[in-house]
Design a protein around this ligand. Sequence first.
Ligand SMILES: Nc1ncnc2c1ncn2[C@@H]1O[C@H](COP(=O)(O)OS(=O)(=O)O)[C@@H](OP(=O)(O)O)[C@H]1O
Length: 337
Amino acid sequence: MEKAIDSSKPKASHGVEDDLSNEAEELLLTLPREKNFDGTYLYQFNGVWYRHKFLYGMISTRRHFQARDSDIIVSTFPKSGTTWLKALTYAIVHRSRCAFEHSPLLTTNPHELVPFFEISYSLNKKDIPSFEHLYTPRIFGTHIPYSTLPDSIVNSNCRIVYICRNPLDQFISCWHFLLKLAHDKESETLSLEEYFEKVCNGVQHAGPFWEHVLGYWKASLDNSHKILFLKYEDLKEDTHSYVKKLAEFLGCPFSNVEEKERVIEEIVKLCSFENMKDLEVNKPGRNIPGHIPKNSDYFRKGEVGDWTNYLTPSMSKRLKNLMEEKFSGSGLAFKLS
Ligand SMILES: Nc1ncnc2c1ncn2[C@@H]1O[C@H](COP(=O)(O)OS(=O)(=O)O)[C@@H](OP(=O)(O)O)[C@H]1O
């Protein structure tokens, strides 16, 4: 692991932007760093690895973000079902605003409707985002670990929905996403084996994976009315039941038998992988202004068990062993296929 302590280096020599505030630049110079997939760096802050923009956003958010009691936070480890859970949460919470055939989800990517608050904040910008364009209740996404969330989120009555995914599928999903990003940026890449080694050592954005998942898992056990802990595999198996559960948790249950069945089915269909990936807005070439990933990059296969097509037996054994070791005694287990 390198330490970014050579202050004689010219600005932007880390492959980061060259318009950093002094504070941000100085911070980066003090932190351990590791090469990321695309040749830029990940920086370790309080035991967690961050891409630099998310790191600034996390710090700025901790200083400035004021959660409201009515807010909903969709929290995830990357590539664990974020896009899906954002869509489901939005569709459930704002279902009375318009008919499903006019839902904003049909024309807008879920990441635009439900912004990551740490991307909206930055140590480079003086402006604090107002989020005035968001409906109430406001819904935000985040990849920030539980232990690092802004105090106002932990201390207010806002609710958190967390989704995670078995680490083998999460790894493969992330690998494909990063390959696409690197291809689009025409940047260097790590081999599957090199990236695997990094991930096993916890070096990935928001990693280590294990600590992220365990942090929310334990918090959800201690505070089940505030944090709903979900798994991608369960949602895939029985989306209908989880839509009902989510609505109840978020304080907007389906009121009668007829609404329950009809509306839940509409929501399941609207947010399904098959529907979302074929929407015009999620076709290749479309992206959220200012975002590097294309909207289509968020939709690949949407399956459980795709890892079997890519991981060697020794890779899958290592991840399974890690999973056993890290989650031992926690009561947490994942379906792998
Ligand atoms: N609606 C819906 N239903 C089921 N699955 C879906 C859906 N939307 C996206 N996906 C799949 O989720 C994977 C992307 O993960 P994230 O959305 O967490 O990515 S991100 O963290 O927001 O970048 C990625 O998984 P893989 O296909 O295995 O790569 C997506 O295909």
